[in-house]
Write a protein that binds this ligand. Structure first.
Ligand code: NAD
Ligand code: UGA
Length: 439
């Protein structure tokens, strides 16, 4: 079986690599010529653990290839996955122009039955638009080629994408008929060996499931951030509260870690897009509006703690940041809390030094030379007035605190990810500030 994946970003590359890993012939397509030329040389455009190895292995086996030519790719593919970006429009709704452009390309070039599957995160009703776009192009050609559309939203997490794809909790598939169902059942069979199911449903429900899932996860995080802020005020410790509620299986212990707000390319945009979908149908998604508002506020919480500790004056102060990416194990900087924090620090007149194990090159696209970058986490501390932790990279969890203490001008640590024990920090001589604990 041969499949085409259109859009070779985070989702497209992981999907393509994982399908080829189980023996399926995959062609990944992208309009970015530079990206494709690099991929053909074995240069992977993103940092994702395990991805480079998997891509090079399957390229060598001849099961995975990259091209800019969708025309050639779709010709003998039974299934075409659309995995291009759906960034927010000016009003927050999902911009579908890339998805529809690919649908049109499919209509222009398919010669035989093809299943066109939308994997990008798209609002309810998009698969119908995809169907119409394919059909319009077929009509323009005056040909009668049969095709179906399906919705197959993706649930992988960056940094753990390969594992999430190979061993998914579930695979959600929206189809209109048995033929489409059988193709997707066959494609996903190798990924259901861990016992987790492919959930078949109608297309609208599949599209809605993706937004509902991301919105629920974002809701858990904003809820915990709100609780964390209240914990500080009333003298409770949110780390204990988190464990206390997380051991109730109805609540669960995942995605209830307070911090400096959720970032990344998905939660912020998908929450916004669902609010817009509600609006389009005159339905006010009040909970989600609060989730978004809390998240905006939370991105400034750590900055406010730093400002307060320096008596409202950061002019001339040097702040060292450990971690810039929106989460560990990725170089993705999209909507990273560091973007807001750096902006505020610079506006307040501070000098910012930063260390991140992987995201420095990406960060340079955002901050340019407004901050300085270090290759060593300790070197970044020299002459700094304090350290702020913005991403919970494993290597920050057990640093040599003697060195940290010696290099910092003041022994002040602002921990946006609650990775240290406050009593230990105190015992080591630090003024330690975290989220949701009145230190
Ligand atoms: P991305 O920006 O990393 O990659 C998108 C790719 O599509 C780019 O390389 C771009 O050049 C290419 N592209 C755009 N138009 C094209 C066209 N007409 N033909 C061929 N290629 C084209 O995006 P991503 O992070 O992989 O996200 C893709 C979709 O998947 C989005 O809808 C996103 O919400 C969803 N999603 C992302 C993740 C994630 O963790 N990043 C997880 C689940 C779902
Ligand atoms: C998220 C979802 O987890 C994936 O299931 C989904 O497929 C993806 O969005 C998507 O649609 O693109 P991702 O954004 O890669 O994945 O990363 P997460 O691990 O979900 O983290 C998102 C943000 O939430 C990060 O900034 C992280 O620091 C924050 N977070 C996460 C918390 O603040 N607390 C938590 O308990 C968990």
């Amino acid at each position: 079986m041969k499949v085409t994946i259109v859009g070779s970003g985070y989702v497209g590359l992981v999907t393509g690599a994982c399908f080829s890993e189980v023996g399926i012939d995959v062609v990944c397509v992208d309009i970015d010529e530079n990206k494709i030329s690099n991929l053909n040389k074995g240069i992977i455009p993103i940092y994702e653990p395990g991805l480079e190895d998997m891509i090079t292995r399957n390229m060598k086996k001849g099961r995975l290839s990259f091209t800019t030519q969708i025309k050639d790719a779709v010709k003998d593919s039974e299934a075409v996955f659309i995995s291009v970006g759906t960034p927010p429009d000016e009003d927050g709704s999902a911009d579908l122009k890339y998805v529809i452009a690919v649908a049109r390309d499919c209509g222009k070039h398919i010669d035989d039955y093809t299943l066109v599957i939308t994997k990008s995160t798209v609002p309810v009703g998009t698969s119908l638009k995809v169907k119409n776009a394919v059909q319009e192009e077929l009509d323009k050609r005056g040909v009668d080629v049969s095709f179906d559309v399906a919705s197959n939203p993706e649930f992988l997490k960056e940094g753990a994408a390969i594992n999430d794809f190979l061993k998914p909790d579930r695979i959600v598939v929206g189809v209109e008929n048995e033929r489409a169902k059988e193709i997707l059942k066959k494609l996903y069979k190798p990924f259901t060996l861990n016992g987790h199911p492919v959930l078949f449903m109608d297309i609208v429900s599949a599209e809605m499931t993706k937004y509902a899932a991301n919105s629920m996860l974002a809701t858990k995080i904003s809820f915990m951030n709100d609780i964390a802020n209240l914990c500080e005020i009333v003298g409770a410790d949110v780390n204990k509260v988190r464990k206390g509620i997380g051991s109730d299986t109805r609540i669960g212990n995942k995605f209830i870690y307070p911090g400096i707000g959720y970032g990344g390319s998905c939660f912020p945009k998908d929450v916004q897009a669902l609010i817009r979908t509600g609006g389009e149908h005159n339905y006010d998604l009040q909970v989600l509006k609060a989730v978004e508002a809390v998240n905006k506020k939370q991105k400034v919480v750590l900055f406010n703690k730093i400002l307060k500790h320096f008596n409202g004056d950061l002019e001339g102060k040097t702040i060292t940041l450990w971690g810039l990416s929106f989460k560990p194990q990725t170089d993705d900087m999209r909507e990273a809390p560091s973007l807001e924090i750096v902006k505020r620090l610079l506006e307040a007149g501070a000098t910012v030094k930063a260390y991140d194990p992987i995201a420095i090159e990406e960060a340079k696209h955002h901050f340019g030379d407004t901050i300085s970058y270090y290759k060593d986490q300790y070197e970044a501390l020299i002459d700094a007035d304090c350290l702020a932790i913005l991403t919970e990279w494993p290597e920050f969890k057990f640093p040599n605190f003697n060195i940290v203490n010696r290099l910092l001008k003041n022994p002040f640590i602002f921990d946006g990810r609650n990775i240290y024990d406050r009593f230990e920090m105190k015992a080591k001589g630090f003024d330690y500030f975290c989220i949701g604990v009145d230190t």
